[in-house]
Design a protein around this ligand. Structure first.
Ligand SMILES: [Zn+2]
Length: 391
């Protein structure tokens, strides 16, 4: 019932790219605009307390504090919002590194099914590419790949990138080629124009070096190929932060994506944002996350209180039961937030999903984009809504 905070995607997929460390002149990493608003400032101590509470593990807490201070080149990071494309981002725009993810104790627990898995599988089926070669970045235990293999893609045509050592033998056992490298690693240089489809689920929000990332995606796609990304829905993050649920802090997530931000970064990198859809709100998913995240937030806001003390007990059945009972006790305090969520249910699905197509002539990508923007579709959304997502 009471879940941990997802803090997966090892640096891993990112390597270190210290873009955006010039504190004096922040610019939007997605569209390069300098028309920005500062939403809040996060201190390194707050981040350390969030990712590794001092009471639970003082050594990890201090390591995270030192690590985050080093990543930011100081003890503060600003959460900015771009007035032009809506991209929310950490400034300095720097991803977590291996040390950060090691000390946050990411458990490597992967959901077996997610809305974006089914949505992408349906799109792959619709695109009907027999013999397709595919690449998944951050494949976990391969649960998405299992949906498309072998019915749509042969296992031998799959390359899975994954940093979790425990997942590599699982992926290989399913017949996928599993590599423990960054998408931008030289090991993939030989795969130019090799893939029909590239998948990145809950990955992009962890990454910096956006031009390098999206340029690489384009170079790895075949002509006519598509990449599929799912990222946390910005409106859901805003709901959480406005309603005493867990905030979305760097350097774990450093980007809060919008369709317009994808469009801008694609335009510079020879890709075209073809469609964007919000996950329909699932009340089961929403309520279970809201109950557990607001419980976790209570422990963060009162680190010496009884709830935090219980959460710092050794993991096990007793702690789990006590936490579930405590979380249930506070349900009445969530009702007004849930009423707000009900009124905004059209916007509060967990994920934003996009399909990005390779443009054949990057020099005219911008022109193509402008011409084709009205044709953007949003699947289950109405045409008017889908245009709105890119306007
Ligand atoms: Zn922007």
């Amino acid at each position: 019932m009471v879940e941990g905070i997802t803090c997966s995607s090892p640096e891993a997929l990112t390597g270190q790219h210290a873009f955006g460390t010039d504190r004096d002149e922040p610019e939007c990493p997605a569209c390069k605009s300098r028309s920005l608003a500062s939403l809040r400032t996060v201190s390194a101590r707050e981040a350390a307390q969030f990712f590794a509470p001092e009471r639970a593990d003082a050594e990890s807490h201090e390591r995270i504090f030192a690590c985050v201070t080093s990543l930011w080149g100081g003890q503060t990071c600003h959460i900015m919002s771009c007035r032009d494309c809506g991209f929310g981002f950490a400034w300095p725009f720097v991803a977590g590194n291996a040390e950060f993810y090691n000390f946050t104790g990411a458990a490597g627990v992967y959901p077996r099914s997610k809305w974006e898995f089914a949505r992408t599988a349906a799109e792959v089926e619709r695109l009907n590419r027999p013999g397709a070669k595919v690449l998944e970045v951050g494949a976990g235990n391969g649960y998405f790949l299992d949906l498309i293999c072998p019915s749509l893609v042969r296992a031998e045509d799959v390359i899975a990138l994954e940093y979790n050592e425990k997942s590599i033998p699982i992926l290989r056992g399913k017949g996928y080629q599993a590599l423990s490298v960054d998408l931008r690693d030289k090991a993939l240089d030989g795969y130019r124009a090799s893939f029909d489809f590239i998948f990145l689920f809950q990955i992009v929000e962890h990454l910096d070096g956006l031009d390098e990332l999206f340029g690489r995606i384009r170079s790895l796609l075949k002509a006519g190929g598509s990449a599929f990304c799912a990222v946390p829905n910005q409106a859901r993050i805003e709901y959480q932060e406005a309603n005493r649920s867990v905030p979305d802090l760097p350097p774990n997530h450093i980007g809060r994506w919008t369709p317009q931000a994808f469009e801008a970064v694609c335009r510079r990198n020879g890709l075209m944002a073809q469609s964007a859809e919000l996950e329909p709100l699932s009340w089961g998913e929403f309520l279970s996350h809201d109950i557990s995240y607001s419980h976790i937030r209570r422990t963060q806001l009162d680190p010496d209180g009884i709830i935090a003390r219980i959460r710092s007990l050794p993991r096990g059945r007793t702690r789990r039961l006590m936490e579930a009972a405590l979380a249930a006790l506070f349900i009445p305090t969530r009702l007004s937030a849930w009423r707000h969520a009900y009124r905004n249910r059209e916007k509060l699905g967990a994920s934003l999903w996009v399909r990005l197509d390779r443009c054949e002539r990057p020099d005219i990508a911008e022109l193509q984009d402008a011409e084709l923007a009205p044709a953007v579709t949003a699947g289950s959304s109405s045409p008017a809504e889908s245009e709105a997502m890119f306007s």
